[in-house]
Design a binder for this molecule. Structure first.
Ligand code: KG4
Ligand code: ZN
Length: 344
């Protein structure tokens, strides 16, 4: 099935065309992404109203571009998938109404896709041999959870964050260090310049013992640590990579400890996905500690249209009826089985 995937839940507009086989194997025919980083940079974070307007401007252009890239027209499209949540409501609404217009005008099936399920299935999108059950660590700017995947749409949350997401912990720490939005990747890049073990800066590891993730305490500790060493770092900027490394180490350590715990209990493969899975230290440590790890390529760690089209293609191929469209700022993946499968 040739599927068009549309993503607009936050600050990236993604459109992709994929060929999804009933076996679950997919070929990406073309994909385009418009990042809004420069638009939001001067505000230090995503401005929802500006983001919605930018999605509205970009979507028709990206659709033309993606079709031109794969030499197809709308006549070749057999189904559409669009992100309906979780995300910023205004942004979701733009993507959904755009997709609805296309689907109505071409009498195409339109499948409402959960953004987190998009990240989760990006593992299967890239590994044809990966089959459930497996564990997924979803780490993005808005989500941090460990999910057990037992089949398409059959997800159980094993561990989630009580407060901030890991991406937020990266971004807020970067903010405290006056690094420009989006700071997470910048902080990580700075940390990579440090090699060795830091003895100078220390952060507590309280959350290690907890069942769930928690990053708000870490944020307070980071803030205190930065204040304490501000003058020292200003006097010697060479110390900044070391400080970034310590912050990254604390976030990554908490993610890895809990993920390894859940994977070891079950001895099944692990998928790491979402924006923070682009972090090289996280990638290195999970590969070191778990036997079978699947990491999507970097362009599919962050938000993209391909993962959304892939989810829609899987459900449409399975003959699941398109549920009615709505948008959700919150939409837990555990609720999907009941929505898509009649035996639940
Ligand atoms: O999945 P994503 O693109 O958007 C959401 O759905 O949230 O994730 C974005 C998050 C941001 O918090 C960003 O700072 C973080 O992923 N991120 C990183 C890296 N690249 C992106 N965090 C740590 N290291 C990176 N290399
Ligand atoms: Zn995301």
């Amino acid at each position: 099935m040739i599927v068009l995937g549309i993503e607009s839940s936050c600050d990236e507009t993604g459109v992709a065309v994929l060929d999804v086989a009933p076996s679950g194997v997919a070929t990406i025919r073309a994909e385009v992404l418009a990042s809004q980083v420069t638009l939001h940079e001067r505000y230090g974070g995503v401005v929802p109203e500006l983001a919605s307007r930018e999605h509205m401007r970009s979507l028709p252009l990206l659709l033309d571009e993606v079709l031109a890239q794969c030499g197809m027209s709308l006549d070749d499209i057999e189904g559409i998938g669009v992100t309906c949540g979780p995300g910023l409501k205004g942004c979701l609404l733009i993507g959904v109404t755009f997709a609805q217009g296309l689907a109505l005008s071409r009498a195409l099936p339109l499948f409402p896709v959960n953004h987190i399920e998009g990240h989760i299935l990006s593992g299967e999108l890239h590994a044809a041999d990966l089959k459930p059950p497996y564990v997924v660590l979803v780490v993005s700017g808005g989500h941090t959870e460990i999910v057990l995947v037992e089949g398409l749409g059959r997800y159980t949350c094993l561990c989630r964050t009580r407060d901030d997401a890991a991406g937020e912990a990266f971004d807020k720490s970067a903010n405290l260090l006056d690094m420009k939005y989006p700071g997470g990747a910048r902080l990580a890049a700075c940390a990579e310049q440090f090699t060795g073990r830091s003895t100078r800066f220390k952060l507590p590891r309280v959350a290690r013992e907890m069942e769930d993730f928690s990053f708000s305490g870490l944020k307070t500790s980071v803030s205190r640590l930065i204040k304490q060493h501000k003058l020292e770092i200003e006097g010697d900027p060479a110390l900044l990579p070391e400080l970034c490394w310590v912050i990254q180490d604390a976030i990554v350590d908490s993610l890895v400890v809990k993920t390894v715990r859940e994977v070891s209990k079950r001895s099944i493969p692990l998928v790491v996905c979402g924006g923070v899975s682009a972090n090289s230290e996280l990638r290195r440590r999970v590969k070191e500690r778990c036997k079978e790890v699947h990491l999507p390529p970097l362009q599919h760690c962050v938000d993209n249209g391909a993962m959304i089209g892939y989810v829609a293609g899987r459900y449409l191929n399975a003959g699941v009826a398109c549920p009615s469209l709505d948008i959700y700022s919150r939409w837990p993946v555990e609720s999907l089985a009941q929505l898509y499968w009649s035996d639940v």
